[in-house]
Design a protein around this ligand. Structure first.
Ligand SMILES: Nc1ncnc2c1ncn2[C@@H]1O[C@H](COP(=O)(O)OP(=O)(O)OP(=O)(O)O)[C@@H](O)[C@H]1O
Length: 616
């Protein structure tokens, strides 16, 4: 993006509070002008004193007093204007910050839920906090600075030209050199590339640094030396190299620019002396010359400020791009008049899906032509090798993503025609990673149904085998989860999630590896809780332990994004295919652990399993 477009896109954000920002910029200019005014007073007073150099007592006291008061008043005025300008730009900036954050969170609430993965949430948090803050800083501080840094030198140079054009012309030489150096500094392709790499290196170092600290337990447990955390080490080394390179690129033009712009009067003085030597006795020229010497430092300040505008602007443009990327994320379309499904069977009709867009070079279909019906009130189990696409099928049913080909329907109503709210009303899910909120146990269960009475919450907890451990806590249902409260085991958290789903009592249930974290004692309780949960529901269950889904009405074997086998447990075993291999592997791993007989009993794999007992 070239600098004009950069500025345009920034002004577009700023434009939302245009009026306030114009007022802020005007006050910023007024303040800068008023800050120069005392120098004019000094000029007038010195001129008066010089005119009466022979007899200073004869100088016009009232004139001197007038310019003295003028200096004081303009100085106070400059402070007031600075304050008002600052207030206006800050009010505008904080309003923009507020509106931007509200719009961002609003948009995020409408994007597909699958977008909010673990990594994306960290990145989103950074965008909402840091990127928006950078925009606020730019608008509150840099925008008024840019305006005054441009207008003040222009006005000053105009004034100095009016006073003495030949001397003023001399000033343009170092200023011109300064601007040329600026373009060398920030405008060159190599400079811009180095800056981008520098920013990237900082981000990489931050990200790997956080990862390094998070991974510290693994590093310690496995006795890995810190040196072997190579990604972080490389990131730090890369940052060091780029910092040195960027310093090397910038040091000469940066140093020269600072020197040239800070010492404007070293150019003015020799020329002034030269001109005054031809003007011997001209007191008026001497006084003008002095004015130049007084005013040139005021010219240097805004020019020096401008130098940092380039790098500051680039940073803010990068952050604006990140914000735009969130806004460009497509939102979930909602039907104008949602249709209500009457029955709750689920149909996947020729569904194909890829996480990437079709146009992306990484496009790789994860699901290919998935076709099945999960009948209402029955259990459909998804099994198969890891990475085959089971969780993806479940997440498509929850509309975490929209399918690219085919259609998913509940009771004949396509998900897109149903509306997210209606869909969420009809589906409960218990995932392997249970998310509990930093709130009381009761509030966490109640999330299943905000209107539930306390008795209903307790009843759900009892059915989900949570009541016992909750009662043992000092504050019972009022115990907070997380920091300052209690920490739950994986199995307890999962039972709490089941209680939540029980309270919701939705007709469709999606279970993903619900017993993943459980020990033998916990698992038995989870299974009991699940028996309560699945009663009369349409269930989609992802399971690795085949014994848990043995009595499912339908088992789908998913491999590399395709359903390769389907049927009941017995039908699939009779096929002697992948399911049979998995079943044999399951049996032998169980017998390896406990001995077949014990395991079969522990798993409830008795002949004639019914749906009620399938989860044992
Ligand atoms: N958010 C995502 N973005 C991109 N690819 C993904 C995402 N989630 C999963 N995948 C990929 O999709 C494929 C199927 O993953 P999925 O989790 O559906 O398989 P699975 O059968 O449930 O595996 P497991 O049994 O190990 O949980 C994998 O190759 C995985 O890398």
């Amino acid at each position: 993006m070239d600098s004009k477009l950069e500025m345009k896109s920034l002004l577009h954000i700023a434009g939302e509070k245009k009026g306030l920002l114009i007022v802020a910029s005007l006050f910023s200019i007024v303040s800068s002008l008023l800050q120069i005014a005392p120098f004019v007073s000094v000029y007038q007073i010195v001129q008066e004193l010089l005119q009466h150099a022979g007899n200073p007592a004869s100088a016009d006291q009232r004139f001197i007093l007038y310019w003295g008061v003028f200096a004081l008043v303009t100085f106070i005025g400059a402070l007031i204007a600075l304050y008002i300008g600052g207030m206006c730009s800050h009010i505008a900036a904080f309003n923009i910050l507020y509106e931007l954050r509200v719009r961002l969170t609003d948009h995020i609430a409408k994007v597909p839920m699958g977008y909010l993965t673990h990594t994306a949430t960290g990145e989103l948090k950074k965008i909402i906090e840091v990127s928006v803050e950078k925009i606020e800083k730019f608008i509150a501080h840099q925008l008024p600075d840019i305006v005054s840094a441009i207008t003040i030198p222009l006005l000053l140079i105009g004034y100095l030209f009016w006073m003495n054009w030949s001397l003023a012309l001399v000033l343009l030489i170092p200023i011109g050199i300064g601007f040329w150096l600026q373009t060398q500094l920030f405008g060159s392709e190599s400079g811009q590339k180095a800056y981008r790499e520098f920013q990237h290196a900082i981000e990489e170092m931050n990200a790997t640094g956080v990862e390094y600290i998070r991974g510290m337990p693994v590093v310690k447990i496995f006795g890995i030396k810190a040196d072997s955390f190579l990604t972080f080490k490389h990131a730090v080394a890369k940052y060091r190299d780029i910092s040195l390179r960027i310093t090397d690129i910038y040091k000469t033009p940066y140093g020269l620019f600072s020197v040239v712009v800070s010492s404007l009067f070293t150019f003015v003085v020799p020329v002034g002396i030269l001109l005054s030597s031809g003007n011997a006795g001209s007191q008026a020229f001497a006084v003008t010359f002095m004015l130049f010497i007084i005013l040139t430092p005021s010219l240097s300040m805004p020019l020096l400020k401008l130098m940092f505008v380039g790098s500051g602007m680039r940073e803010v443009v990068e952050n604006k791009k990140r914000i735009d990327a969130v806004f460009s994320e497509a939102i979930v379309t909602e039907p104008a008049s949602p249709q209500i499904p009457v029955v709750h069977d689920i149909a996947f009709k020729h569904v194909s899906f890829a996480y990437e867009q079709q146009a992306s070079k990484d496009f790789k279909p994860i699901l290919k032509d998935i076709q099945f019906v999960a009948k209402a009130g029955e259990m459909t189990a998804l099994v198969g090798p890891s990475g085959g696409g089971k969780s993806t099928i479940a997440s498509l049913l929850l509309r975490f993503w929209d399918v690219q080909k085919g259609e998913i329907a509940i009771g004949g109503v396509p998900l897109r025609e149903m509306g997210t709210e209606m869909l969420m009303d009809r589906v409960s899910f218990v995932f392997q990673d249970v998310h509990l909120f930093y709130d009381t146990i009761e509030a966490n269960i109640r999330m299943g149904n905000m209107d539930a009475t306390q008795d209903e919450v307790v009843a759900a907890a009892k059915k989900a085998c949570c009541h016992e451990f909750i009662e043992k806590l000092a504050l019972g249902y009022a115990t907070k989860i997380g920091e300052g409260g209690t920490y739950l085991s994986g199995g307890e958290a999962q039972r709490l999630a089941i209680a939540r789903a029980l309270l919701k009592n939705a007709p469709i249930l999606v279970l993903d590896e619900a017993t993943a974290y459980a020990d033998a004692e916990n698992e038995k309780k989870i299974q009991q809780a699940l028996i309560e949960l699945v009663k009369g529901k349409t269930v989609i269950m992802i399971a690795h332990r085949l014994s848990t889904i043995r009595a499912a009405e339908q088992i789908l074997v998913v491999k590399q994004g395709e359903i390769v086998e389907r049927g009941t447990h017995d039908e699939l075993r009779a096929l002697s295919g992948l399911y049979e291999q998995m079943w044999q592997a399951h049996i032998s791993s169980a017998s390896w652990k406990l001995g077949v007989k014990d395991t079969l009993q522990a798993d409830g794999m008795k002949e004639g399993s019914s749906r009620e007992s399938l989860l044992y």
